[in-house]
Design a protein around this ligand. Sequence first.
Ligand SMILES: Cc1ncc(COP(=O)(O)O)c(C=O)c1O
Length: 390
Amino acid sequence: MSIFDQTIKRRHTNSLKWDAMEKVYGLQDASDILPMWVADMDFAAPAAVTKALQQHAAHTVFGYSFIGEETLQSIVDWQNTRHDWQIQKDAILFCSGVVAALANCIVALTEPGDKILISSPVYPPFFTIPKSNAREVVSCPFVEKDGTFTYDFEAFEQALAQNVKAYILCNPHNPGGYVWDEATLKEIIRLCAKHDVMIISDEIHADLMLNGEQHIPLAKIAGDEMDRIITCMAPTKTFNLAGIQVSYMIVTDKKKRLQLEAVNMASGQGLLNAFAPVALHAAYTEGSPWLEELLSYISVNINYVKTELEKIPGIRVMKPQSTYLIWIDYRQLALEEKEVMKRLLEIGKLGLEPGTKYGEEGRGFLRMNVACSFETVQDGVERFKKAFAK
Ligand SMILES: Cc1ncc(COP(=O)(O)O)c(C=O)c1O
């Protein structure tokens, strides 16, 4: 029996995943819907993290705090052991979340009206954050090759040549869980350098490598182009700490660091809540065994979902190389997205993400989150099958 077999009741805890579905799906009552949508896990965080947080709470004084050397060192050590990436402590800047970090980068390092390139389908804030900060989003779709999405570098370069200021990379990719290989990452760097485009590399899913895959931090292989890259990372996806709100950027270029710090100062941000560095430090120093067990558990869930759902004629599952998110292709069913969501919610009582949330290229796909007990995954699969029974 695995620690991840335990089912923890999350309803009525103000959980976004479990308690906000009425609003998300426009329902009167969603109490019978099984949520497999937003990217957080139904698992308890590593015991070492809970213990460190409890110890901090037991202190009972919650005054202003700062981020200590040991927290910075834990990030340096994590990058070194996990990704074989040697970083300097003074390149690290903190933020409440990766989405907030993306927004800070856009505001600090680009101007209103600037063009920001993204590759779609992709995590929705890649569209919304630049747009809501009055930047123009240029979207270059991925192309499908051998059953997976990949870059069309000719189209990518044409897009870059439209006077683009920054490219937001999702490495590894959400949705789809693709782990970009070195050749792909090097080509992204080469083309962005050729067109003098800055790269904001969202690597929040970097630690969730499945079946022996290896994450390559973009900046690690960038050589002389390292300074055009801002890497955004966090322990929150890895260790299920999204509600703790902590992330960090690795910024080797001092000028960019100062610009980012100035934007933080201007909006009165910059401090983390006192529990955030505690959780990060405990996760990075003591969380590895938990993570290894998690990754094996997730792999089993993914294999099960792929095998079972592909028994339904017209359903194909893109097996992720990383993350606990599964991209399900239903295009052969020739059903409208609205109809699919209706069936899932009304017949299956299952809450998944509609593909167009990730851009028009996501039409015909669904995203399923399998970071839950195997028993829950089985329940989810049965609900999915029921929705498509006819
Ligand atoms: C690619 C990507 N970036 C950022 C986030 C969210 O980061 P945060 O909660 O730190 O803002 C997610 C969450 O799913 C994500 O998939």
